[in-house]
Design a protein. Structure first.
Length: 202
């Protein structure tokens, strides 16, 4: 006669379906995410100065990364990079996505610029080695200053034969860069190219 049907199985079933543990990330997933953020932090620390300035970082992260970039002691730097990773874990997903996008853009620009510098170096070698390479270059880049190019090539060959410092060799690099549509601003000659030149003439 007593009706004890107040316990409603449907509610129990619903709560089971909505068990928070079902939506909680696994430990291995959390570990992977932590490693990914740590790696992202290392990339930020190792960025060139100009690229670092363009990164969309919250102030707390920017301060942590700047400090890591300043530290030269290996152990101190390692601890600071770990701290950078902890700061990154406090960021919103949108902020992390913006950072990844900015880094991807930087890598793309870097890759394109590196390929271009290699092309210029190869072109310079061809111009110095072969007279017909200059004719082919002028055909492809008719706006180039032919007289200046001819003079630079002649002087670069002469200084190489005489073992002189590679002044015209470097000026020829800039001439090719300008003539092919990538005029360098003052002080923007790539360090890597300067190093390569020194090694070439060593």
């Amino acid at each position: 006669m007593t009706r004890k049907t107040r316990i409603q199985p449907i509610e129990h079933g619903d709560s089971a379906d909505l068990d928070p543990s079902d939506e909680r990330p696994s430990k291995s997933q959390l570990k992977r995410e932590m490693h990914a953020l740590q790696a992202l932090g290392v990339e930020l620390v190792e960025l060139p100065k100009d690229a670092f300035k363009r990164m969309p970082m919250p102030e707390a992260l920017a301060d942590a990364v700047r400090e890591a970039r300043r530290i030269t002691d290996h152990e101190g730097k390692r601890r600071q990079i770990q701290y950078v990773g902890r700061v990154m874990r406090t960021l919103a997903q949108e902020e992390i996505a913006a950072l990844r996008t900015a880094l991807d853009t930087h890598r793309g620009v870097n890759k394109a610029e590196t390929a271009r510098l290699h092309w210029i170096e190869h072109t310079r070698e061809q111009l110095i080695a072969h007279d017909d390479a200059f004719t082919a270059f002028l055909r492809t880049h008719p706006a180039a200053d032919a007289q200046e190019g001819r003079t630079l090539i002649r002087n670069a060959r002469k200084e190489a034969q005489q073992g002189k410092p590679p002044r015209y060799f470097r000026e020829l690099f800039q001439w090719i860069k300008t003539a092919s549509g990538g005029e360098a601003q003052d002080g923007e000659t790539p360090d890597s190219t300067e190093d390569d030149d020194d090694q070439t003439d060593a």
